[in-house]
Ligand binder design. Structure first.
Ligand SMILES: NC(=O)c1ccc[n+]([C@@H]2O[C@H](COP(=O)([O-])OP(=O)(O)OC[C@H]3O[C@@H](n4cnc5c(N)ncnc54)[C@H](O)[C@@H]3O)[C@@H](O)[C@H]2O)c1
Length: 325
């Protein structure tokens, strides 16, 4: 099979870097576009990085033409819900305008397929779990809204320009590469597992936001998906589109939820140390439980999570955190 040429935006970030690694392992020819605003040069293998902003439509078009890009995997964007509630304009500019610029460049360069990083945040506060793709789309913050807007644009680009897309709505990406070379290092960090690990490594307590939810131990339940299982979903989505598959949306999660206290206990087991934590009050807008219904992804793309046992996730995250502390 001829090498397929894939452009990965945001490939210097957490999920993007794991996906780039897997694409290379699978024999794809990869180029990374990342402005390094939140990602790291060291996450990208030498020679693959184009340090630029997706907003630069002209340069992006020229690049895709030169590279004869066949498909795009689009991770680039800002990801912090809380920040989006303080600075919504940043989120609409970067996530929506940035994606529109990319779509315009794809159109100009005649690139017809895109896998897009969407999010469980498009569902807002769901009326039930597990959450199915057919549930109402009703985001409760600008971050989630920015992803809905891109999903909507993708629908129109398909109808009008026949540009096909898969929107992957991730639940909680977590873990790292088993060899400890890649892992989660957001700045600022807002995700639970790295924050708990940081508490273990620094001795400074992590805050648990609320223990009075209607869950078995009172703390919030989330669906943790190993970043390597997430990367695999991108490869499957890409292959599906390259084989002529129609545009679609899929949840990416395991279908199992873990409470904050369960995660803390898993960290204590893996690290062999107590996690220092303080019990805080609820954070506005945190649903009690977010768990993915992922039957569609399993049935239609043949996806199967392999590394998403909580203990494996925590072990890989711990290996990375210790190495990079
Ligand atoms: N981490 C999660 O749990 C999670 C959950 C749901 C969805 N997502 C989505 O997945 C994608 C990747 O998330 P991540 O956790 O790897 O985040 P990340 O911050 O580690 O990676 C995002 C990358 O995009 C780059 N970037 C941002 N704006 C850019 C721009 N305008 N031009 C070029 N590069 C730009 C950043 O420098 C960074 O390297 C995001 O779109 C995010 O919304 C993440």
């Amino acid at each position: 099979m001829a090498t397929r040429r894939i452009l990965v935006t945001g490939g210097a970030g957490y999920i993007g870097s794991h996906t780039v690694r897997l694409l290379l392992e699978r024999g794809y020819d990869v180029a990374v576009v990342d402005n390094l605003s939140r990602g790291y040069r060291h996450n990208v293998p030498a020679g693959l990085l184009y340090a630029m902003d997706v907003a630069d439509t002209g340069v992006l078009t020229e690049l895709m033409r030169q590279l004869q890009t066949e498909a795009v995997v689009h991770f680039a964007g800002f990801i912090a819900v809380g920040e989006s509630m303080v600075e919504p304009a940043r989120y609409f500019t970067n996530n929506v305008s940035g994606s529109l610029s990319l779509l315009a460049a794809m159109q100009d360069a005649d690139v017809k397929h895109i896998v897009f990083s969407s999010t469980a945040a498009v569902y807002g506060n769901p009326h039930a779990v597990p959450i199915l793709e057919t549930f109402p789309i009703q985001p409760v913050n600008p971050y989630g809204e920015s992803k809905v807007m891109v999903e909507t644009m993708l629908g129109w680009f398909d109808r009008i320009h026949h540009l096909t897309s898969v929107c992957l709505r991730y639940f909680n990406a977590s873990g790292g590469a088993p060899d400890g070379a890649l892992g989660e290092e957001h700045a600022p960090e807002t995700h639970l597992i790295p924050l708990i690990l940081r508490a273990v490594l620094t001795g400074k307590p992590v805050t648990v936001f609320g223990d009075d939810y209607a869950t078995p131990d009172g703390t919030c339940i989330r669906d943790y998906i190993h970043v390597e299982d997430l990367a695999e979903a991108h490869i499957l989505a890409l292959e599906y589109l390259l084989a002529g598959g129609a545009s679609d949306q899929f949840n990416v999660g395991t279908g199992f939820g873990h409470s904050v206290m369960e995660v803390i206990r898993a960290v204590e087991e893996v690290a062999g140390q107590k996690v220092p934590y303080t019990m805080g009050t609820r954070r506005a807008g945190d649903p009690a439980s977010l768990v993915a219904g992922s039957d569609k992804l399993r049935a239609k793309l043949g996806w199967q999570p392999r590394s998403s046992e909580l203990k494996t996730i925590v072990q890989h995250a711990w290996d990375f955190a210790r190495k990079h502390a």
